[in-house]
Design a protein around this ligand. Structure first.
Ligand code: DQA
Length: 148
């Protein structure tokens, strides 16, 4: 089983730290990436960390992951609630998929309660702030270890 994990972030997450800090916190995406790289090293995982505001680019990375990855973690941002194309791409992957949301999407507007990505995700982490990414990485390591 590959120990390569893709961690994909969708639209507006490049503004993490500046964007609605009362909801998303003060950590930047660069802080999140640094924390995740440190933890991935400890867990013996290789990490590909990407962010894009473009749906097609996220889909291209999902396609790329199909060839090599052992797991994929994704915070699809608002595409969570709109993108059948991202769901279709994830449905072509045969490794664990973990959906992450920094905020508790169930405590917010009604439209955030529906996730297309959840129709494929093996697990969902929401509401634990940026720590959710690290929880997802630990889970990815557990699932990869179990399959190896
Ligand atoms: C988010 C929640 C989404 O509803 C929102 O559109 C985002 C971020 C989160 O991490 O809490 O952009 O995915």
């Amino acid at each position: 089983m590959s120990r390569l994990v893709y961690l994909l972030n969708g639209p507006n997450l490049n503004l993490l730290g500046k964007r609605q800090p009362a909801i998303y916190g003060h950590e930047t995406l660069a802080d999140v990436e640094a924390d995740c790289r440190r933890l991935a090293g400890e867990l013996g995982l290789e990490l590909r960390f990407h962010q894009s505001n473009r749906e097609y680019e996220l889909i291209d990375w999902i396609h790329e992951s199909r060839e090599t990855a052992g797991a994929l973690i994704m915070n699809p941002g608002a595409f969570t609630h709109t993108s059948i194309a991202i769901l279709d791409a994830l449905n072509t992957c045969d490794f664990p998929v973990i959906e992450v949301h920094i905020s508790n999407v169930h405590k917010r507007e009604e439209f955030r309660r529906h996730s297309y990505v959840s129709l494929r995700a093996d697990g969902v982490i929401a509401g634990f702030g940026t720590q959710g990414y690290q929880l997802a990485l630990r889970r990815a390591a557990t699932l990869i270890d179990a399959a190896s």
